[in-house]
Design a protein around this ligand. Structure first.
Ligand code: PMP
Length: 687
């Protein structure tokens, strides 16, 4: 196996003409690159690849005069130039080292370490120190097997892949196993030691004059530590601006933005009319990339929805988790229609459907000895909290998670949007942390005999660890409090009897909602008769309690879920979605940055900050690329009975494309620049 280095160099530069031959400490830049590459020792051959443009005649001549090899080729198709520069006397396993003539401070030891990475791992086909970069800009080294370079040369078609040579390899990490060499001195990627601008030249010249030939990266760092002002000479320029521009062009041709003009028109019409713009925060434009995402959906069918501009999307947020069977499920629609046509919607006395549904729920949900209905999740959680207070005679509530919009659940920790809830009321709710039973013990210790109810989502993004739910139950009961599982999302979703059945921890009370009506407004508070009896004495009463279309829908939904085994379907497709996401994250080297948490039936995609990119900016870019490819993505992903394997296949393709863009954005520290709209804003939680 041979190691062949190619230095790309050219004289043409709009900002710094003739840059390859300007002197640094008396040595032309290209010669400095050449000499330093040779110093690395492990290179069997070094070729300079320049263009056939007349302006590069002199450069080619000088290299030849010094006994170097020159190849002359295309100015724009740099991938072609590099591949042809390697010549014919090579075999598949040979290693090609790509260096650039505008990096005069290239470090011989860094070249050696990147070459060693690929040589030591026969399965590796591409190694670099730029994905993500941790070395100063200007110390970039990329090495690849000849066969990988040839495949890129044969297959890459897009401008950024031809102009920047290696994106094709990085965009297909499943085929080209990649390794990244990190800088042992820490993350120095904000240093700029490359030569593009006149100011770069000033900087490089000043540093080179202070050093003896053969200097290393650490010597440059030492100079800059002594004279920090030097770095300011060129610090205003950004890494890889050119690559970012060509990537944007490729992004547009891969998947153009969809038209959202009708959405925009509706949004304009509501101005001055609907404060905050939306009835439901999670549906509002703060949760979707503003300018890219549609704002109004018009219709749905099965697992797909269409916006007011006619764009189609695979729907994972599913009406914020409400549409468990899929939009316009024919049998549910028929049940609603029959109730509507043959019977009516709301009456002044009770309707027998209430009893029928209550009987069914007692059969289905483990904790259910008695049940009351509400319309929203907030109705149910607030009713449960009032019941717990009445039952125990205690005023305070310990909560963990999101439980709705009512006063009691907006405690002091909300910060944003907590106006209008008196501080005295806020002080009655205290929060504890998920998977941290000690935090619940602390809350009880801080408020002895004051806490009447403990309410939590049994699972919310992370799965319970080390018997957390059992411990919460034990702590709540030991301290005389009622345990309430907020199963507004998990009810009818994780299992027939909800999370309590799935985890086999039965609470005193539970609240359910989203899963039951296939989009119809119905919620439940249900539980042990002993506690539920207090509903005889508390006020929980409203006009639309017992509205019959929702009851008819709910009965039909449970019937279909049982008949078609909704839970196996949701688990199977959700597993594909979750595993697929995680496999792609790993393939793209982003497993530390992006994860798909939770259980397959309800997964939540989350991002961790990397470089200068904040989680919400990463999420925004990911969402943007999915929206452009027809996937409605809000972070929370639900599976309906109508989702198909084909939906998942299409989503995987969209994920893959989104990961390519994300990887590029992270490597070039330009995630925010690749956004074509305003990023998502924080909310209370992902849904
Ligand atoms: N509890 C949980 C766990 C929820 O997810 C939600 C809604 N996202 C609620 C309660 C409140 O339900 P609603 O918005 O229907 O009032």
């Amino acid at each position: 196996m041979r190691v062949i280095a190619v230095i790309q160099a050219r004289m043409g530069s709009t900002r710094l003409p003739g840059k390859s031959l300007v002197p640094l400490a008396g040595v032309p830049v290209l010669q400095m690159v050449f000499d330093r590459a040779r110093d690395s020792g492990g290179l069997d051959e070094i070729t300079v690849a320049t263009t056939t443009e007349p302006e590069d005649d002199l450069l080619a001549q000088l290299v030849r005069e010094h006994g170097g090899r020159v190849y002359r080729g295309s100015a724009m198709d740099v991938l072609d130039r590099l591949y042809r520069a390697v010549g014919n006397d090579v075999v598949d396993e040979d290693v090609i080292v790509r260096l650039t003539g505008d990096c005069p401070f290239i470090d011989p030891d860094v070249i050696t370490s990147v070459v060693r990475a690929i040589v030591d791992d026969p399965t590796c086909s591409y190694a670099s120190n730029i994905s993500p970069p941790t070395f100063p800009n200007g110390l970039d080294v990329e090495v690849m097997r000849l066969w990988a370079l040839r495949e890129a040369w044969e297959r890459a078609t897009e401008p950024h892949q031809r102009e920047h040579v290696t994106p094709y390899l990085r965009e297909n990490p499943g085929r080209y196993k990649a390794l990244n060499v990190r800088c042992t001195l820490g993350n120095l990627s904000n240093h700029r030691w490359t030569l593009d601008e006149p100011e770069d030249y000033e900087f490089l010249r000043a540093v080179a004059e202070r050093l003896a030939p053969g200097f290393r990266m650490s010597d440059v760092i030492a100079v800059l530590a002594r004279e920090p002002d030097l770095a300011a000479l060129n610090s205003r320029f950004r890494r890889n601006e050119g690559a970012m521009r060509t990537m944007k062009t490729s992004m547009d041709s891969r998947a153009p933005l969809r038209s959202i003009t009708e959405s925009d028109k509706w949004w304009k019409r509501r101005e001055g009319l609907i404060p905050a713009g939306t009835m439901t925060l999670s549906k509002g434009p703060t949760q979707f990339v503003d300018g890219v995402a549609p704002k109004y959906l018009e219709r749905g069918l099965g697992s797909h929805v269409w916006d007011v501009d006619g764009n189609e999307y695979i729907d994972y947020p599913l009406g914020l988790g409400a549409v468990t069977l899929g939009h316009r499920h024919p049998e549910v629609n028929e049940a609603i229609r029959r109730q509507l046509d043959d019977s009516g919607i709301s009456f002044t006395l009770m309707h027998p459907l209430e009893v029928l549904l209550a009987e069914k729920l007692r059969e289905v949900v483990p904790c259910c000895e008695m049940v009351r209905f509400g319309k929203n999740g907030s109705d149910a959680t607030s009713a449960a909290v009032r019941a717990a207070r009445a039952y125990t005679g205690r005023p305070m509530i310990a909560r963990c998670g999101y439980h709705g919009w009512q006063d009691w659940s907006i405690d002091a920790s909300y910060g944003v949007r907590s106006r209008g809830v008196p501080a005295d009321v806020q002080a009655l709710t205290v929060s504890f942390r998920y998977n941290d039973p000690a935090s619940l013990e602390e809350v009880f210790a801080a408020h002895p005999d004051r806490i009447g109810g403990v309410i939590l989502e049994p699972i919310a993004t992370t799965v319970p660890r080390d018997g957390f739910l059992e411990k919460v139950k034990e702590i709540a009961h030991r301290n005389g409090a009622v345990l309430i599982f907020d199963e507004v999302i998990t009810g009818f979703r994780l299992a027939r009897g909800g999370a309590q059945e799935y985890f086999n921890v039965i609470p005193d009370l539970a609240t359910m909602g989203k899963g039951l009506g296939n989009g119809m407004p119905i919620s439940l508070v249900l539980g042990k008769a002993e506690v539920m009896q207090v509903f005889e004495d508390i006020f929980f009463s409203f006009t639309f309690g017992g509205e019959t279309l929702s009851l008819a829908a709910a009965l039909k939904v449970v019937e279909i879920m049982e008949r078609d085994d909704y839970w196996s379907h949701a688990a199977a497709l959700g597993t594909r979605l979750q595993n697929g996401f995680r496999e792609l994250a790993t393939e793209f080297g982003l497993a530390d940055v992006a994860d798909c948490n939770g259980l397959p039936q309800w997964t939540v995609v989350s991002f961790k900050a990397i470089g200068s990119s904040e989680p919400l900016v990463l999420k925004s870019l990911f969402q943007q690329e999915l929206l452009k490819r027809g996937v409605l993505f809000s972070g929370s992903q639900f599976i309906s009975l109508s989702h198909t394997d084909e939906d998942i296949d299409r989503t995987m393709e969209a994920y893959r494309e989104a990961f390519k863009v994300l990887r590029f954005g992270i490597d070039n520290d330009c995630v925010a620049d690749l956004l074509q709209g305003r990023p998502i804003e924080p909310t209370f939680r992902p849904i």
